[in-house]
Design a binder for this molecule. Structure first.
Ligand SMILES: [Mn+2]
Length: 412
């Protein structure tokens, strides 16, 4: 297999889909990333489409399906994901080569060639895609899954159906195609692309590393050595740091933008109609409190809760203390918890497993000296906002969400 550029393949896919003449030849499919649309999700989707196209190109098949990358959020929200834009820039990937939730009704519902959906980085349709599939029953079928979240036990007969523990989903996508075509392990451009979410999700191969990441990383290092002849142990450190810097660059973003960057909706296990949301962000609460006023934040949150049809919002922060190599922290904030009793009940249930401690402002979490907005001063007395340090660092949203799903409403 020649090392065709990813953007070239995406362009070919996009042209093939736009060409009406191909109506009889191709079926079309989507490879959907999850609702939060982080780098792992987006790059998994593109990687799947790229490798599937290259692989199916070498097989003569009349029943060919062309898979297009579908990102399960609005096109206008891509600008919030600066780490992804950073990677896109290096690989000359532009947003016109991708489909977004805006395209579901305007394009996909009107084009009969669309049949299949492969889910990557989740295993049950979410958000806009789930709503579309419910409203247009029978239009799209789930035909494959590659994921690293908890298996929700649906679509048991699809192929592939790979749901495994791994640091990032993209390494499972890579592994799957590598078992079909081993030469992809020599594609330096591909490896330079897929390494990005792996580094982001494993904190530069420091945590959550599983076999899939080890294999991919080894392939990356091999091709990297071939390219530069200068590779050393720190070769990914600069790359990782530039990704983190891009990811945490919130200049020009409103607080709502920040909430939207990596957001997921959940429902209570006891009552599926009770919804809440969790936004993950990469900067400390201190940063929020020195960037936005209390009024701005609470007003944005009220609107956000309304727009997403949720009862309350949790915000999880995860960051490395500035100026340190690896002093990792997590914080957990609740906005608009249900009435006082229910709120207290939820907190008492999760306090121990997550090792929560009341939040204390820590100026060491800030890179520059900034004046704290007055309005945040007595935040601990405000009933609709609860802030905590989360000392149980191993609990990311993957653990916190199921815990909350189990605990909310369980007192009723
Ligand atoms: Mn993922």
């Amino acid at each position: 297999m020649s090392n065709t550029k990813i953007s070239t393949v995406l362009r070919q896919l996009s042209q093939a889909f736009k060409a009406q003449a191909s109506t009889q030849i191709f079926k079309l499919g989507l490879v959907s990333g999850n609702q939060s649309g982080d780098a792992d999700s987006i790059i998994s989707s593109i990687t799947y489409c790229f490798l599937h196209f290259k692989q199916s190109n070498s097989i003569s098949s009349s029943n060919k399906v062309l898979y297009l990358p579908y990102l399960n959020f609005a096109r206008s929200e891509l600008r919030l994901r600066k780490d992804v834009l950073h990677v896109f820039q290096q690989h000359e990937i532009t947003e016109d080569l991708l489909m977004f939730s805006d395209d579901l009704d305007s394009i996909i519902s009107k084009d009969e060639r669309f049949e299949d959906v492969i889910l990557v980085d989740h295993n049950v349709p979410q958000g806009a895609l789930a709503n579309f599939m419910t409203a247009n029953e029978g239009t799209l079928q789930i035909s494959g899954i590659i994921d690293h979240h908890v298996d929700e036990g649906q679509f048991l007969n699809v192929e592939p159906r790979i749901i495994e523990k791994s640091g990032s989903c993209v390494s499972l996508v890579y592994q799957y195609f590598k078992t079909l075509e081993t030469t992809i392990s020599k594609d330096s451009q591909l490896l330079n692309f897929v390494i990005n979410p792996v580094l982001l999700d494993t904190s530069n191969m420091q945590s959550r590393v599983e076999q899939a990441e080890l294999d991919l990383f080894q392939d990356f290092q091999k091709t990297f050595t071939i390219i530069s002849h200068e590779a050393d142990g720190s070769s990914t450190k600069k790359l990782y740091e530039s990704l983190i810097a891009a990811k945490n660059d919130i200049t020009g973003l409103t607080f709502t933008d920040l909430l939207n960057k990596d957001y997921k909706n959940f429902s209570s296990l006891h009552d599926g109609t009770y919804h809440f949301g969790i936004s993950s962000i990469g900067v400390p609460l201190e940063y929020i409190m020195t960037t936005y006023t209390f009024e701005e934040v609470t007003q944005n949150v009220v609107q956000f809760i309304k727009d997403n049809g949720i009862e309350f919002l949790a915000v999880m922060t995860a960051f490395v203390k500035p100026g340190t190599e690896d002093e990792f922290h997590r914080q957990l904030a609740f906005f608009n918890l249900p009435d006082k009793t229910e709120g207290e009940h939820i907190i008492s249930e999760i306090r121990t497993p997550l090792s929560l401690e009341r939040f204390e402002f820590n100026s060491a979490y800030l890179q520059n000296t900034v004046v704290i907005g007055d309005t945040w001063n007595d935040v601990s007395t405000k009933e609709n906002v609860l802030l905590f340090e989360q000392h149980h660092l191993a609990s990311s949203r993957k653990q916190v969400a199921p815990l909350l799903r189990e605990k909310v409403c369980s007192s009723k």
